[in-house]
Write a protein that binds this ligand. Structure first.
Ligand code: SF4
Length: 473
């Protein structure tokens, strides 16, 4: 019988069905970071349990790491003690730790794919919501809580209920100035932030077929913002070529064998779906969030919604968002003054994102009133960008060039908004307080749009922004 990739991966990793109806699912890869692991390791120690599969467990530091001064010990005692705890836990339990000295440190969802740890057909778990990123490779990747981190460390398994599968097909061609970020913001805007509850999202159609792996990661990363527990793209030639030669990927004949198996995990023609949604790629515009969740977005040339014209169910939410953001119903989003521009995060902190943004800023200068920073998603991204001279383009334009980390995406480090600042951000969440100030305001958009906003000092349409030079790539 024809099966979806989700069903194939689920079946291949099922250990048994538990008496409560959940499935005990084997986890192929467990990614660990400093924030959600200390308590889990502490519980293992208390019980005297070993880590079940240290060879399938990899760690990094990302959330709390400062991006300006990365020399140890960190100035922040809490950040230093969390880092020391992870070092100790990795040493004691035989876990590979991509620390700052490794040259491979970075945001957990950037380094997994970069190292070739993330592979098609896998089950992946990590104590972070945006683990859905890894679905770009045709993996089923779950964000989990601290108690589940403990479970995976101890047993390499999770108890989970199966998900329904919604196929989201986007066909046609994206127009110039429209990026993967705009595609996923449009999907979330259309289906709602809770629209994916109980579902895995399978992204299919010409638009995703043409996307690079970086772009697919941007899309899958934000599946969780649409309520979907996981999101994935079926593995294809693009996936396989991305993985070829990466450190943890099989070599030679073993690679060819693996590639054949990976291809076989793609959804079969005629596989059954619980739901199918179709969008026209040509209708997607550069998109900006205006509110306090990623579903509250508009095309950059459009106006904010009017609560009185909206279905009664979401009226209160719209009023609350407009009040918090200090916006008027029906006002245009373009022209909104910004104070801060942030390019980075596991959504848009990869090399191709930095290239796109550098292409926009080249030959321009950041507006006087704007604080602008670029934070590479990993040390490897930083090194590659510096080799291409992107750091210099950003510096010349007035951006700060930082070390790798989560930075202002979550502000569990010194990079934070102050007071009511408005931030044009390439990250994934615009919740109240997300960027460190309880009253700070976040506008999510593509890295190219953040770059254009930094230069203009306000939200502008990338389609009419004067780009100085042809794209380097
Ligand atoms: S960049 Fe943001 S969303 Fe991604 S792992 Fe870090 S804090 Fe989480």
């Amino acid at each position: 019988m024809a099966r979806t990739l989700f069903q194939k991966v689920w079946d291949a990793h099922t250990v048994r069905v538990l008496p409560n109806g959940q499935t005990q699912l084997y986890i192929g890869l467990h990614l660990v970071h400093e924030v959600t692991s200390p308590q889990a390791f502490a519980e293992l120690r208390e019980r005297g349990w070993p880590v079940r599969a240290p060879q399938r467990t990899f760690a990094t530091i990302d959330h709390i790491v400062p991006t300006r001064a990365q020399a140890r010990p960190f100035a922040d005692a809490m950040a230093e003690s969390m880092t020391e705890a992870l070092e100790r836990n990795c040493r004691d339990y035989g876990i590979k730790f991509f620390d700052l000295a490794s040259g491979s440190q970075g945001i957990v969802h950037v380094i997994g794919p970069e190292m070739g740890l993330t592979q098609p057909g896998m089950t992946i778990a990590c104590g972070d919501s945006h683990t859905s990123t890894h679905g770009a490779f045709g993996a089923i990747a779950f964000g989990i809580g601290t108690s589940q981190v403990r479970d995976v460390l101890a047993s390499q398994c999770l108890a989970l209920s199966p998900l329904k599968v919604r196929r989201i097909e986007v066909n046609g061609a994206l127009r110039p100035g429209v990026y993967a970020k705009d595609v996923i913001l449009t999907i979330i805007g259309r289906l709602g932030v809770n629209g994916g509850t109980g579902y895995a999202y399978e992204y299919a159609g010409e638009v995703f077929d043409r996307m690079t792996m970086d772009e697919r990661m941007t899309v899958c990363n934000m599946s969780i913002e649409g309520g979907a527990r996981v999101g994935y793209v079926n593995p294809d030639d693009t996936t396989i070529e991305f993985l070829r030669g990466r450190p943890y990927v099989p070599k030679g004949v073993a690679f060819d064998k693996a590639a054949a198996w990976w291809r076989g995990m793609a959804s079969d023609p005629g596989a059954p779906y619980d739901d199918v949604i179709r969008l026209d790629g040509a209708e997607i515009a550069p998109t900006v969030t205006w509110g306090i969740n990623p579903g509250q977005s508009v095309a950059v040339h459009a106006q904010l919604p009017r609560p009185d014209d909206s279905p009664s169910g979401d009226r209160a939410g719209l009023v609350e968002a407009l009040d918090f953001m200090g916006f008027r119903a029906g006002q245009p989003i373009a022209g909104t003054k910004i104070d801060v521009a942030f390019i980075g995060s596991c959504t848009n902190g990869r090399l191709s994102d930095l290239r796109e943004a550098a292409h926009v800023v080249a030959g321009h200068h950041v507006a006087k009133h704007v604080r602008a920073l670029v934070v590479p998603g990993s040390q490897k991204v930083a090194i590659a960008a510096e080799k291409e001279g992107l750091d210099q383009i950003f510096r010349d334009a007035g951006f700060e060039w930082r070390g790798a980390g989560c930075s202002m995406c979550l502000a569990m480090n010194p990079d934070r908004l102050e007071g009511r600042e408005v931030c044009a951000s390439s990250s994934n969440r615009n919740f109240k307080g997300r960027q460190g100030s309880p009253t700070g305001r976040t506008l999510l958009m593509s890295p190219a749009m953040v770059a254009a906003a930094a230069i203009s000092g306000e939200v502008v349409d990338i389609r009419s922004f004067p780009v100085a030079a042809p794209a380097a790539v």
